[in-house]
Design a protein around this ligand. Structure first.
Ligand code: AMP
Ligand code: MG
Length: 324
């Protein structure tokens, strides 16, 4: 596809400030502003750009599926009300549902707790040609599980792994190795942390309480988790510091403005697909000959007065000849 260099440069401009430099030490909330947006960009233009991004995504996804050699895993992490569901809904509209799988991860079952911590995520990985979206992911294993030691205790880790300080270092190492394995095997990972401010979360919770049709989105558990805000910020900062790598960089998506959040998330995904630059498979000489044989047979079946090939003029126009 011909995404102009200029267009890609613009995408780079949007996403570069959001990338966590591998090896850097991140502090939250100081290092990333949840209300950030590209300088000079207004909402109206942002929404137009998102539309363009969505069109591009649909085209790329079609090629990704046709090429069927690489896949994409989108990993969404965020605190409650940061816009995970809305981002998935808006960014993936226009994409063929057959090529996308969305998988949410909730409190693990007994069966899941009976396995190693990466087990339940492996079976939901994308196939070649697919995009899989994880709504929460294996990163919960260094987030909610870090904030709530009783969750770690339920995992029944032997010896040192059981609540030992090193358990997090070991998990970052395992996650980085797991992602390395995926990228080496042809799967790109788009890691998005939707970064909402404490005040914006308060507002969105209140909205969910005040508006009857939003009540279902709210649970008392959400305010209970909010009481651990600082511990979560610390866990997110440690996650960002240790798991943004060259092979799978991490992006912090400012979440206080929904329009910019969606645009930024789409931009990272478009950039990833542009890097893959998937191509429709070339048709072999033999397959081409078979197509032409089938074409002749079909043309011979045209009823009197019906054009042999109703698309001939269109094809000729597309290839630059007049067709006459
Ligand atoms: P939600 O996505 O808001 O519907 O809620 C899912 C809940 O599952 C959240 O409270 C998460 O913290 C929790 N959860 C997700 N993954 C894990 C995990 N690995 N261990 C414990 N809790 C988890
Ligand atoms: Mg929730």
């Amino acid at each position: 596809m011909n995404v102009s260099d200029e267009r890609l440069l613009r995408i780079d401009e949007v996403i570069e400030p959001l990338r966590v430099k591998p090896g850097s030490k991140v502090h939250l909330p100081g290092d990333f502003d949840p209300a950030f947006k590209t300088a000079g960009l207004k909402k109206k233009r942002g929404v137009e750009l998102l539309d363009e991004g969505i069109t591009l995504l649909a085209e790329y996804q079609d090629r990704l599926a046709a090429q069927s050699s690489e896949g994409v895993l989108v990993v969404l992490q965020a605190l409650d009300a940061a816009g995970k569901d809305g981002t998935i809904r808006h960014v993936m509209t226009g994409v063929n549902p057959q090529g996308v799988a969305v998988q949410g991860f909730k409190v693990p079952s007994d069966e899941e707790l009976s396995h190693n911590f990466l087990w339940r995520y492996v079976s939901a990985l994308p196939k070649r040609g697919q995009i899989a979206i994880f709504n929460r992911s294996y990163y919960e294993e260094v987030l909610v599980v870090r904030v709530h030691p009783d969750l770690l205790a339920r995992q029944r880790l032997p010896g040192a792994g059981h609540g030992d300080g090193d358990v997090w270092a070991a998990r970052y190492r395992d996650i980085n190795a797991f992602e390395r394995h995926l990228t080496d095997n042809g799967f790109r990972i788009v890691k998005l942390f939707l970064n909402i401010s404490k005040e914006e979360q308060r507002r969105r919770f209140l909205r969910r309480i005040d508006l009857a049709e939003k009540n279902w989105k709210f649970s008392g558990h959400d305010v209970a988790e909010r009481r651990h805000w600082d511990e979560y910020q610390h866990a997110f900062a440690a996650m960002l510091s240790h798991t943004s790598t060259e092979h799978a960089p991490r992006y912090v998506i400012p979440a206080d403005r929904k329009w910019f959040e969606r645009l930024a998330a789409a931009a990272v995904l478009v950039k990833t697909l542009a890097d893959i630059d998937p191509q429709y498979p070339a048709v072999s000489e033999k397959a081409r000959r078979d197509l032409l044989t089938a074409k002749t047979e079909l043309e011979q079946q045209a009823a009197p007065g019906v054009p042999a090939d109703p698309f001939a003029a269109e094809v000729a126009a597309a290839s630059g000849t007049t067709g006459k």
